[in-house]
Design a protein around this ligand. Structure first.
Ligand SMILES: Cc1cc2nc3c(=O)[nH]c(=O)nc-3n(C[C@H](O)[C@H](O)[C@H](O)COP(=O)(O)O)c2cc1C
Length: 152
């Protein structure tokens, strides 16, 4: 059984909605996922997961919200190279660094984990984003299965 977590942060609800769409895509494939707002995610059990999908909005001038930084640092310091990851986010293309926090997570996850896929959505998810979530989840699952094959 693979263990998968969705860990997200959201202030005005856009990223929470996107996280719920991602969760629905897993459920549609009969795959169980643990679903956490980041402040409820047990950081010390990170190694129990085969895959983690991280959801974040972007703050300031393209930066990561401060409540995500403990998770970010944990992935940097613990040996997470075998964990498959994916990062999604919502942002506002009015700002110069659209979904900058997704890019910053992506660059770190690429170095420290088995990064599968990223997804950016403009503000509140729309109907067409359901198909995007579906592809996002397929890509994550393909990568986690490959990783589990390698590890044996
Ligand atoms: C002060 C402030 C700064 C922001 N900076 C950015 C930014 O640099 N890049 C971006 O794409 N979106 C930026 N946003 C937009 C939010 O990321 C966007 O509204 C997001 O969907 C909010 O997610 P939430 O509803 O999950 O809280 C900013 C919003 C605020 C209020």
């Amino acid at each position: 059984m693979m263990r998968i977590a969705i860990v997200y942060t959201s202030v005005t609800g856009n990223t929470k909605e996107l996280a719920e769409l991602v969760q629905q895509s897993f459920i549609a494939r009969s795959i169980d996922v643990d679903f956490f707002p980041v402040n409820q995610f047990p950081l010390d059990s990170i190694l129990e997961y085969d895959a983690i999908a991280i959801g974040t909005y972007t703050w300031g001038n393209g930066i990561i919200p401060k409540e995500m930084m403990d998770l970010f640092k944990q992935i940097e310091v613990v040996d997470t190279t075998h964990i498959t990851t994916a990062v999604f986010g919502t942002g506002d293309s009015f700002f110069p660094y659209f979904c900058g926090a997704v890019d910053l997570f992506r660059d770190m996850l690429y170095v420290h984990t088995n990064l599968a896929v990223t997804m950016k959505v403009e503000l509140r998810p729309q109907l067409e984003d359901i198909a995007k979530c579906s592809r996002f989840v397929d890509c994550l699952l393909e990568h986690v299965r490959q990783e589990l094959d390698i590890v044996g």
